[in-house]
Design a binder for this molecule. Structure first.
Ligand SMILES: Cc1ncc(C[n+]2csc(CCOP(=O)(O)OP(=O)(O)O)c2C)c(N)n1
Length: 357
């Protein structure tokens, strides 16, 4: 099975950047060279965070973590179509690079993974909602945010990320319906990575594409090769332009592949066919961009080496800073929920802190 098809056939995703890094004759990326390199650097950063976070988790220094591995073009190609000073990202939990692009920090992310809720509090001025684990709950929030920003007279766009699994929740459908009616400036960015933990996409939907669902809500749906940085980026640029112009939402199905486990608690060898995984490794989104940049002589081995060294330093500093703060305390889960917590919650908090009578 190719990344461009489903088991039932269906529409073909848009592709610009081929697996060998070539692009159609005359194609010019819409990003300046400096931004292309920044996007590649973020891809390298994302891969390195994936590895390091796993090691930290195995050493008992970090709680749970969901790697981006395989979805870098999808997450970063879309994020680079947004303007962090006015547009908003509403993440699920597998979009760290998009969050970093908006101005979130690695240190905060590590704190979050270490169980400190402070890590999931977005600093003022960073246009980002918190990481959401409750599947699809962030999608109606994104629509409300987009609609509200429009009411305030802003030209901001909201990009909400979620998975193929999350798209089966009622929240997704209700949010799409409202956004269509209100023409909210929102991009529904569906990362179809073929898996919802161990549930394959064939058990998630009977349709041959998620993108076509948009028709039922009265707005366009685009299907792109999610391992193709340029296809993802161009589709998101179009969606941003539509939303800013007051033309309403777009659903983008970014057809990619989760090359790693669902998270640090998962063992995909129990359900992923190794041959399928190998086939997708040949479509690695980071390698594609690398080949393109080398061919265009924007990247050299030396520059890449320097990028990796800087990333290593940044990551080491973030780990040190997060660990210096110490792990979160269990009773923090009671903070910031109610201004005046009800007695039942106060009792539970006291039971945790040992203050119960
Ligand atoms: C409402 C809800 N139901 C179930 C879960 C358990 N759960 C966590 S992740 C996950 C799979 C999500 O798959 P998908 O939305 O495709 O995103 P992916 O993890 O593949 O990026 C499930 C079922 C949850 N977090 N929230």
């Amino acid at each position: 099975m190719s990344i461009l098809t489903t088991s039932t056939g269906g529409p073909t995703p848009v592709r610009i950047l081929a697996p060998d890094g070539s692009v159609p004759d005359g194609y010019r990326p819409p990003l300046p060279d400096s931004e292309l390199l920044a996007a590649y650097r973020l891809m390298l950063m994302s891969r390195r965070v994936d590895e390091r976070a796993f090691n930290l988790q195995r050493q008992g220094r970090l709680g749970v973590f969901s790697p981006v591995n395989g979805q870098e073009a999808s997450v970063i190609g879309s994020a680079f179509a947004l303007d962090p000073t006015r547009d908003w990202v509403v993440p699920q939990y597998r979009e760290l690079p998009a969050m970093l692009r908006q101005g979130y920090t690695l240190e905060r992310f590590l704190l979050y993974c270490m169980g400190d809720p402070e890590g999931n509090r977005m600093p003022d001025g960073v246009n980002l909602l918190p990481i959401q684990i409750s599947l699809a709950a962030q999608i109606p929030h994104a629509v409300g945010l987009a609609w509200g920003l429009r009411h305030q007279g802003r030209d901001s766009v909201v990009c909400v990320y979620f998975g193929d699994g999350a798209s089966s929740e009622g929240d997704f459908h209700e949010a799409c319906n409202l956004a269509g009616v209100r023409r909210a400036p929102v991009i529904f960015f569906l990362q179809n990575n073929r898996w919802a933990i161990s549930t394959p996409v064939s058990k998630q939907t009977g349709a041959d594409s998620f993108a076509t669902r948009a028709t039922g809500y009265g707005f366009p749906g685009e299907l792109v090769d999610g391992n193709d940085f340029f296809a993802v980026h161009e589709a998101t640029l179009l969606a941003v332009a539509r939303a800013r112009a007051g033309e309403g939402p777009t659903l983008i199905e970014s057809r990619t592949y989760r090359m790693g486990p669902h998270n640090t608690a998962d063992d995909p060898t129990r359900y992923v066919d190794p041959e399928e995984l190998e086939a997708y490794r040949a479509l690695d989104p980071v390698a594609r961009v690398r080949s393109f940049l080398l061919e265009a002589e924007l990247l050299s081995e030396e520059l890449e080496h320097r990028m990796r060294a800087e990333i290593e330093e940044e990551l080491a500093a973030a780990v040190a800073a997060a660990e210096a703060r110490g792990a979160g305390r269990p009773e923090q889960i009671f903070d910031h929920v109610y201004a005046d917590p009800p007695p039942r919650l106060l009792d539970q908090r006291d039971a945790i802190t040992g203050e119960a009578q």
